[in-house]
Design a protein around this ligand. Sequence first.
Ligand SMILES: [Ca+2]
Length: 454
Amino acid sequence: MNCSVRWPHLLLIGCLALVADVAAARQPNIVFILADDLGYGDLGVTGHPYVQSPNIDGLAKDGLRLENAYMCGAWCAPSRSALMSGLFPARYFNRTHVLAVERPSLTSVLKNAGYTTAHYGKWHIGKDTGAPPPADYGIDESLTTQSTGPTWPKDARQDPHYRENTTPHYVDLAIDFMTRNREKPLFINLWVYPTHSYINPTPEQLAVYKDLKVDIDDFEYPLQREFLEFVAEYGDVQDAMRAYCADATALDTEIGRLLKSLKDLKLDENTIVIFSSDNGPGPLCGNWDSIVRRYKEKPLLLNNVGSAGPYRDRKISLHDGGIHAPFFVRWPAKIKAGSSNSTTLFSGVDLLPTLATLAGADVPDGIDGEDLSAAWLGKSHKRAKPIFWNDKPGWSALRDRQWKAHLRKGEFRLFDLSKDPSESNDVAEKYPDVANDYLRQLKQWESSIFSKKE
Ligand SMILES: [Ca+2]
């Protein structure tokens, strides 16, 4: 036998096996789609009676639904700063929610682990003069609004359908970015406008819902009551609902285009695609004088008829309607289709450590977020600590196990979300030990953040 011929063959087989191992272990691509003010109940898959969202529904069905996922803020900026920093937004930033560039961010952590990174869409975590641009956070390419980085030309904003027309352009940019960077691990933040007001769909988008007739009985209790108030104040909800549904469906169509490109590029198998929303649906009826005034001055705000599903309140509230988000993760290589997790509490601060772990990156020390990658991969794993909120002065909240506790202007309330998802029945007197424990924890947490605030 001629060993000089045989050895190269063995080496070749060994090399091929190694290449296969490396390919199998390759860091996953990550695409994080974040809608704006889209409520928990605003999709077909979460029970909206009218919205057609086949692509997002398909994403949820092909992956994992995290049924107890929360954002860390009840409005845009704090929610986004927490997703990027892994820190509860009350803790730092003096409530401007500008991320300190010297701290690790989701994008800087992934970039340090070898990722090429992009951010397309709204930023809103530092938009005033002097705020660092997205590039300072390890982001290689960006086109954003509400940032000091590359943005849209002024004349684009004169388009009455500007908000609706931004999404297709962001998706084009994302597809181009994926195409150019397909040979290396890539990360994209795709933070789109829908369904934030002003909602003014194009005639083509609106045509999908031209025959829609709203029946208020099609909605669950909290929203049913709000719609009755809306009709009493503004006369009708038909046009507003058609516009809102059209905005959600237009977003869904663009996500479908993005997912098709991932497949065409043969990237879909090892790409983690996440879909969520930064906070609950925008205000429907004005609880505050300023909002009522704004509604009357800007009729398009009347199209703000999103659904928080079974949850109480909307954006700006720390009841679940303001912070309980739809959250879907598709990763065909590692996550079984049709998965659902109702036991793991997931918080926006957990995104950074979870994705860092899945990407083989270092998880930074000193953050509030916990690595919940085991739960994403189908194992039984729970968040070790409660989730805390302090969205604005005078209102803190906590979620732990089935309990949700509020401390608002000195008044404490306790709800058992396993029996009362709409936070309607205060059970603090019925469970005094639980109430006293969470009251103590809320006060302790408030004291810790206010004494250390930067
Ligand atoms: Ca928002």
